[in-house]
Design a protein around this ligand. Structure first.
Ligand code: IPE
Ligand code: IPE
Ligand code: MG
Length: 228
């Protein structure tokens, strides 16, 4: 089995999972954290190099203030509770997105967790929080301009170094919950990703579901525009 080096997941369907059970939306988000735990563990085990998870989009700020503040709280408590276990599993953590709008305690814990896990050499876990693909590209442009590089020196390779993922292209992009759109997740980085959509709602997504996605990936013929 060919294991994709970089898997990215749009973890969608927490609200619908809760609604089906007549529970508040936050119950779905909490259950979704459990799914994250299992998938991170499984990815480390099977040798995925990078797992990038879409936790909160730039546009998710437009939800009710109740849901947004509960999501911040959940993010904070999850980071706090999981960091020791992530460390034990040799996971390196990177958080991408515009964290400046996050409450100061969330920013602080995020910085501390990244620092603590920065020297680990196992799975790189990237959490996209208040992230938008368009935001990322504009941010990269600003960074390119600030670097003082000339137009002649700029190329795709150089530009990609200024993106949040710094030239780490996604091999397999998964979206749960049946929606088939990108919702402003990674844009540049999925130029040649294989796409996999499943109707499974994120809280029900488990390692068997991931194995199924990887199996599908193994049947893909990645041609990159060329022909043998
Ligand atoms: C995904 O689940 C998690 C976040 C966007 C934070 P949703 O909350 O979007 O769940 P649905 O799409 O309403 O079911
Ligand atoms: C995308 O899901 C964002 C995350 C999973 C974090 P949304 O539920 O926000 O996307 P739309 O609104 O259905 O496009
Ligand atoms: Mg959704």
């Amino acid at each position: 089995m060919n294991i994709p080096k970089h898997i990215a997941i749009i973890m969608d369907g927490n609200g619908r999972w809760a609604k089906k059970r007549k529970l508040p939306r936050i119950a779905g988000h909490k259950k979704g954290v459990g799914a994250v735990r299992n998938i991170v563990k499984h990815c480390g085990k099977i040798g995925v190099e990078t797992l990038t998870l879409f936790a909160f989009s730039s546009e998710n700020k437009n939800r009710s203030t109740d849901e947004v503040s509960l999501l911040f709280k959940l993010f904070l408590s999850t980071l706090k509770n999981e960091v020791v276990k992530l460390d034990k599993h040799n996971v390196r953590l990177e958080i991408i997105g515009d964290l400046s709008l996050f409450p100061p305690d969330v920013q602080k814990i995020a910085a501390e967790a990244q620092a603590r896990l920065s020297n680990n050499s196992g799975l790189t876990l990237v959490i996209a929080a208040n992230y938008g693909g368009q935001w990322d590209i504009v941010n990269a442009c600003k960074s390119v301009i600030a670097s003082g590089i000339s137009a002649e020196e700029l190329n795709q390779q150089v530009f990609a170094q200024h993106l949040a993922l710094q030239n780490n292209m996604v091999d397999l992009l998964i979206r749960s919950s049946g929606e088939q759109r990108i919702s402003n997740f990674l844009l540049w980085d999925i130029a040649y990703s294989e796409l996999y959509f499943t109707d499974t709602l994120w809280p029900d997504f488990d390692k068997l579901q991931l194995d199924k996605a990887i199996e599908s990936f193994n049947y893909r013929d990645r041609r990159y525009g060329g022909r043998q």
